[in-house]
Write a protein that binds this ligand. Structure first.
Ligand code: HEM
Length: 578
């Protein structure tokens, strides 16, 4: 009996010890999993009490508004600080968020040894184009890949090779919209898909040369110009729906692959989420089409180069330029050219992705802003018509040569103001390569830093920051870029980019804060091409067409954060411009 009682007690004691042990272990794990703030940097107090940190409120906000980046900057405003930290991934280090142009500029331009490309950006693209330079730290591989693209943003390439292709693609868009506006009879219609397709046509033609059979807008144009009449709703504010025209297969494969990046952006584990997506049959098919396309285009270019000396290679499109660079570099280095390498395929494909999604988003915002600011649109049209007098006299749209030679300060100002408001990329990310100090706070090596451009100092009054907290390089550079007047900082006002000199108005790119393209050695590679694309599309669209204000229910300014910051509503109502 006594033995039974003792063994019962022993079993109980063992269970108790086990229970306490597991309990303590679980509690320890829980404590270890709680977010660990960087000392001194403001954060949401509730976030550090939960393993999920800030994830709950963030997901709630995104679910309600579809906007992620607006929530990030709201936290700076809520915590009343230009520098804060957020806990957005379980068991990970916090993100440090900075909303101040001067500090962002200093980090991106002058502190490049302390800050490099962040995995937050790299991870998004790794699944789709693992050897594209966008995911790389600034190392030798990055430099090698960038050598291949070296000529693509030169004045000669942009004006002589890219501009004619972009011009033609947007001329097709202008024709398409003339047809659509004939059929819509003053009703509004959806614009974003047409812009997306036209921009892809433009970038495609820049990379591979024009191919009318592969033009997405061309396919629509053929259909709509053959239609005499559409059923139009009675209500003049109601949308007109146009029959859908499928994209050519190769174009569609690029769109499917580009869209897949949204999964990487939204997933807590981007690489894993994208891997699962890549196993689907539609992704496999799109990937195979893309690989075949690039292989064939490389072979086409090489066939044209064969038997000729380098100086005689005829550079007709971007792929010609990229391959010619690698052929020359490999010859100089005495190695086999990497023409059919993963890195080469990824650079070619990455150029298309980088150049089309971003620019089409910026153009979508441009149409909304110009329709809603009729005075800007009217002034822009008259400034353009004043410069291209021959085209006016001959009742035609300016040629691509006229446009690329012409300088119109007001047009440059409008483009910069559109970019500032579009927030196509509302922030840029960097990772600290060493322990650093920012605005008086110590930040450990390996921390992700977000430099936001959708709030204070860009679109709302800047935080007051004691100069002694800034880095020495930031203090020295105080006056290199202007600041925006807090009274009109939020307005769409192109004049802010103009200065008066000897009675003439000139465009001043350093008039005030702009970060939509990032900055410094890892700033946007395609900035000049993006501005050229926007210039060519705006001139061709507004020369003959007036973008009228759409009904209020189609004119919201909410957006969706995908690969870029896309407007939720983008419609146009067109009539012939006077
Ligand atoms: C309105 C249009 C565009 C916007 C708003 C935009 C914005 C950006 C931003 C914010 C970055 C990151 C910069 C940083 O981290 O500092 C970036 C990088 C990049 N962009 Fe753009 N971009 C646009 C158009 C283009 C075009 C047309 C191309 C291609 C011709 C392009 C190619 C790239 C590439 C390759 C990178 C990576 C650069 C690197 O890793 O060093 N972008 N872009």
């Amino acid at each position: 009996m006594w033995e039974r009682i003792t063994s019962f007690n022993k079993a109980n004691q063992l269970t108790y010890v086990l229970f306490c042990g597991i309990g303590s272990w679980l509690y320890l794990c829980y404590r270890l999993a709680l977010p660990r703030p960087i000392p001194g940097i403001p954060h949401n107090k509730e976030a550090v009490k939960s393993v999920l940190g800030d994830i709950g409120p963030m997901i709630k906000h995104v679910g309600k508004t579809k906007e992620l980046w607006g929530w990030v900057t709201l936290q700076n405003l809520k915590l009343k600080s230009p520098i804060i930290q957020l806990f957005t991934r379980p068991l990970a280090k916090p993100w440090v968020v900075i909303t101040d142009f001067r500090e962002a500029q200093d980090i991106l331009l002058r502190r490049t040894k302390e800050f490099d490309r962040s995995d937050l950006v790299g991870d998004v693209f790794l699944g789709l184009m693992p050897e594209h330079h966008i995911s790389m730290k600034t190392n030798d591989m990055f430099k090698r890949n960038r050598q291949w693209l070296k000529d693509l943003m030169t004045h000669d390439f942009l004006h002589q090779v890219a501009a004619p292709q972009i011009y033609t693609a947007f001329a097709d868009l202008a024709h398409l919209w003339e047809e659509k506006s004939r059929l819509a009879k003053g009703h509004p219609f959806a614009a974003s898909d047409d812009i997306y397709r036209a921009t892809l046509d433009a970038v495609w033609a820049t990379m591979f040369g024009a191919d009318p059979l592969n033009s997405s807008i061309g396919a629509q144009l053929r259909l709509y110009s053959s239609i005499n009449k559409l059923d139009i709703p009675k209500d003049e504010n109601a949308l007109v729906d146009f029959p859908d025209v499928p994209n050519p297969a190769a174009m569609q494969s690029i769109i499917t692959l580009t869209d897949s990046l949204e999964t990487s952006i939204k997933a807590p584990l981007p690489a894993l989420a994208h891997w699962f997506l890549r196993q689907t049959s539609s992704m496999r098919k799109a990937y195979a089409i893309k690989e075949k396309l690039i292989r064939e285009e490389i072979e086409k270019t090489l066939r044209r180069f064969v038997g000729k000396a380098g100086k005689d290679w005829d550079i007709r499109c971007a792929i010609d330029s990229i391959l010619s660079r690698e052929l020359l570099l490999s010859e100089k280095d005495g190695r086999t050219p990497m023409l059919q390498s993963r890195a080469m395929y990824d650079e070619i494909f990455g150029f298309i992705v980088g150049a089309h999604d971003t620019t089409s988003t910026a153009i979508s915002w441009a149409l909304k802003l110009l329709a809603d600011n009729a005075h800007v649109q009217t002034k822009l049209r008259s400034e353009i018509r004043l410069v291209f007098v021959d085209a006016m006299a001959e009742k035609r749209i300016p040629t691509v040569q006229e446009i690329t030679k012409g300088t119109i300060p007001y047009l440059d100002a409008v483009i910069n103001e559109i970019i500032r408001h579009s927030l196509t990329q509302p922030g840029v990310a960097r990772s600290t390569t060493v322990d650093v100090e920012v605005l008086g706070h110590q930040i450990p090596k390996g921390t992700n830093i977000l430099l936001m451009s959708n709030g204070p100092s860009f679109l709302s009054p800047a935080f007051q920051i004691d100069d002694s907290l800034r880095s020495s390089s930031s203090r020295i550079a105080t006056d290199r870029v202007g600041t925006w007047d807090p009274d009109d900082i939020a307005y769409f006002k192109p004049e802010r980019w103009l200065v008066e000199e000897d009675g003439r108005q000139l465009f001043n790119a350093a008039a005030g804060p702009l970060l939509t393209f990032g900055l410094g050695p890892r700033g946007c590679f395609g900035r000049r091409m993006a501005s050229l694309q926007i210039k060519l599309v705006l001139i061709q669209l507004i020369w003959n067409l007036e973008l009228q204000k759409c009904p209020a229910e189609l004119s919201g300014y909410s957006s969706i954060d995908k690969l870029t910051h896309v407007p939720q509503q983008c419609y146009v109502r067109l009539r012939q411009a006077l």
